[in-house]
Write a protein that binds this ligand. Structure first.
Ligand SMILES: Nc1ncnc2c1ncn2[C@@H]1O[C@H](COP(=O)(O)OP(=O)(O)OP(=O)(O)O)[C@@H](O)[C@H]1O
Ligand SMILES: [Mg+2]
Length: 263
């Protein structure tokens, strides 16, 4: 059956994921879907299991139970590098950049490491084109020659997103991309994320646009960009729905007790 976005299968689907660490159940039978062209949010209090879910989706941690499907393939047994090459990109809760490389070179390095043959100089024109496109989309030209380590967190987050985009992802997993951003930077980031998921549709009409799965504590950002949310608490899904449905949900309000203003 076709989905609202017109693409038949979700790009990424996790089914009944359980992850135990000794006696601790970090994820308990969690399922979620990320449709093409959509921004989906994964939220919940500290320790709810969000980063663990990302680790399972990217292959860094093998779940105790459950399966992961990507573009129609069961990728549960694929190692992280194979998932990365196939188009699953992630950013980390803590910034992970080459701090002594320029912004531009950070993007070039990411493109080269994800495109076979690049080191031999083949596809140079494609590299220049894609890196330039991403620099423009994220408004990074003004800081192109700055060392990544000297940037504000806001610009650093943009560079990190840029590095992920240079791998030509079909799905982007962003772990707290809004942390450390001020209000202006957050607004700019929202606009960029929306542009990213509508991007592929214009340039490559035959290819489904990329999808984004985002873990985020900044509710303003989540409410602004996500079309649907899954809420975790102690490893369990306690609510699902549109941002406004989730905000009104009694279980969600209880989970965030003490910080009800957060939702
Ligand atoms: N490698 C591990 N070994 C043991 N326990 C772990 C491991 N990784 C995570 N945990 C535990 O699993 C639970 C979920 O952790 P996780 O990092 O996924 O939460 P989170 O939702 O990302 O939290 P935060 O919002 O603070 O980033 C926590 O209780 C954590 O202590
Ligand atoms: Mg986390």
């Amino acid at each position: 059956m076709a989905t609202e976005t017109g693409w038949e299968e979700p790009v990424l689907r996790a089914t009944d994921i359980t992850m135990r660490f000794g006696g601790l159940i970090a994820l308990d039978d969690v399922s979620l879907e990320v449709p093409a062209g959509r921004i989906v949010g994964l939220i919940g209090p500290n320790g709810a299991g969000k980063t663990t879910m990302f680790n399972v989706l990217t292959g860094l941690q093998e779940p105790t139970r459950g399966r992961v499907d990507y573009l129609g393939d069961n990728i549960s047994r694929w190692p992280p590098h194979r998932r990365g090459r196939a188009g699953i990109a992630r950013t980390f809760q803590r910034l992970a950049l080459f701090s002594r490389l320029s912004v531009h070179d950070n993007l070039v390095a990411s493109w080269e490491s994800s495109h076979p043959g690049a080191v031999l100089g083949r596809n140079r024109a494609k590299r220049i084109e894609r890196v330039a496109e991403v620099m423009g989309l994220l408004d990074l030209w003004p800081v192109a020659d700055r060392m990544a380590g000297e940037l504000s967190t806001g610009k650093g987050r943009m560079v990190e997103l840029g590095r992920a985009l240079c791998t030509d992802p079909r799905v982007l997993l962003l772990d707290e991309p809004g942390s450390g951003l001020d209000a202006n930077e957050t607004a700019a980031f929202s606009a960029v994320l929306r542009a990213v998921v509508s991007d592929g549709g214009d340039r490559h009409p035959d290819v489904a646009p990329p999808a984004i799965l985002m873990v985020e504590h900044d509710m303003a950002l989540v409410m602004d960009v996500c079309s649907s949310l899954t809420v975790l608490d102690f490893g369990r899904v306690i609510a699902r729905g549109t941002p406004s449905q989730v905000r009104a949900d009694a279980n969600v309000r209880a989970a965030y007790l003490g910080d009800a203003s957060a939702v």
